[in-house]
Design a protein around this ligand. Structure first.
Ligand SMILES: NC(=O)N[C@@H](CC(=O)O)C(=O)O
Ligand SMILES: [Zn+2]
Ligand SMILES: [Zn+2]
Length: 377
């Protein structure tokens, strides 16, 4: 079993011909290389304390910015706590990386509209996150009735042009877990958008063809969707292949193959409505491999490699850069990154685990050989 603390994607001298411009694919024999604008991660869990220090470099190495999720314990519900959390992230980020954390606020039933004004004024908060209470990891303090309890806050968000990021699942135990995203779209999202058509909404980590259709049916520039590597590459069989697979368990849970295919088609079509959001969600190994394991897949070390694989498999590498690096900043009204990264088709093995004093973190596709490797340039 390979154990290492070293991130596998280290810069090294590249022996092949140079590339002429952005997003140009170059071949030499069977080797291929692609240069793209540095991507951003529009859905990222960096945690805090030891876990933050352990994982942040995996994102900071290759992503320019990350929308940092606020589901800490206690959650980041105020601008003041977002500012403090941002400081602790910046302390943990390797200085040479130039990584910028974009902060979010955790919406509760009691969030005050003034908090949205403060958030906008701060210049460091870029969105507000909706967790339906009880839907996912650390969502206990989330919202119980969005339109019933949060309408004034949502109206202020429209005024401040502050996007609402949505974990789109209902929590009703009578609704089958595989239907929770679809029911959320029908019972929460459609009414929300009807009531507030000017609100910017990102449906995070979409998992179904229903979500694809919903996002595509809304006004471009107002509703978008982020997509994870796991929902592009895995279906629900991966949860049970050869026995229970806790490291493939995340929320919303993986769905049927037809849904995976719909998501792949949507993101590789060149649509501007979908962009990269890894939902990289590290949990210590002992919190995944236990009788009641946590939801969340740690994919930061493999995400770019996996997204590239998906686009290559459907012959859409020319559409990759818009998904990884353009559609996100364009939606948020932020400048695109100017730096570039290189993706080289050269096999590398994903570590079996990352080991730290506090324990291990198991990455997605642990121990497997992947084909594309990202390099900073
Ligand atoms: N995706 C997950 O399964 N888990 C996330 C929370 C979330 O994004 O829903 C986490 O924070 O662990
Ligand atoms: Zn979520
Ligand atoms: Zn998440």
């Amino acid at each position: 079993m390979i154990k290492t603390l070293v991130f596998p994607c280290k810069a090294s001298k590249f022996p092949f011909a140079k590339i002429e411009g952005p997003n140009q694919l170059k071949r030499k024999g069977s080797k291929m290389e692609l240069t793209i604008t540095r991507p951003d991660d529009w859905h990222l869990h960096l945690r805090d304390g030891d876990l933050l220090e352990a994982v942040v470099s995996h994102s900071a190495t290759h992503f320019g910015r990350g929308i940092v999720m606020p589901n800490l314990k206690p959650p980041i519900t105020t601008t003041a706590s977002a500012v403090a959390y941002r400081e602790s992230i910046l302390k943990a980020v390797p200085t040479s990386s130039g990584f910028t954390p974009l902060m979010t606020l955790y919406l509760t039933d009691t969030t005050n509209p003034d908090e949205i004004k403060l958030a906008r004024k701060s210049g460091v908060v870029f969105a507000v996150k909706l967790y339906p209470a009880g839907a996912t990891t650390n969502s206990q303090d989330g919202v119980t009735d969005l339109l019933g309890k949060c309408l004034p806050v949502l109206e202020e968000m429209v005024m401040q042009n502050m996007p609402l990021l949505v974990h789109g699942e209902v929590t009703d135990p009578d609704i089958d877990i595989f239907d929770r995203e679809k029911v959320f779209i029908d019972t929460v999202l459609r009414p929300l958008i009807q009531k507030l058509p000017q609100l910017k909404v990102v449906m995070e980590h979409i998992t179904t063809m229903d979500a694809v259709r919903f996002v595509e049916s809304c006004t471009e520039g107002f509703v978008a969707g982020t997509v994870t590597p796991q929902h592009l590459l895995l279906n629900r069989n991966s949860l049970f292949q050869g026995g229970l697979q806790p490291h493939n368990y995340c929320l919303p849970v993986l769905k049927r193959e037809i849904h995976r295919q719909a998501i792949v088609s949507a993101v590789t079509s060149g649509s501007k409505r979908f962009f990269l959001g890894t939902d990289s969600a590290p949990h210590e190994r002992r919190r995944k491999e236990c009788p009641c394991g946590c939801a969340g897949i740690y994919n930061a070390p493999v995400a770019l490699s996996l997204y590239t694989k998906v686009f290559e498999e459907v012959g859409a590498l020319d559409k990759l850069e818009a998904f990884t690096s353009f559609n996100g900043p364009d939606f948020y009204g932020l400048p695109r990154n100017t730096a570039k990264i290189r993706l080289r088709k050269t096999p590398w093995q994903v570590p079996e685990s990352f080991s730290f004093a506090f324990g291990d973190i198991i990455p997605m596709f642990a121990g497997e050989t992947l084909e594309w490797q990202p390099f900073s340039i």
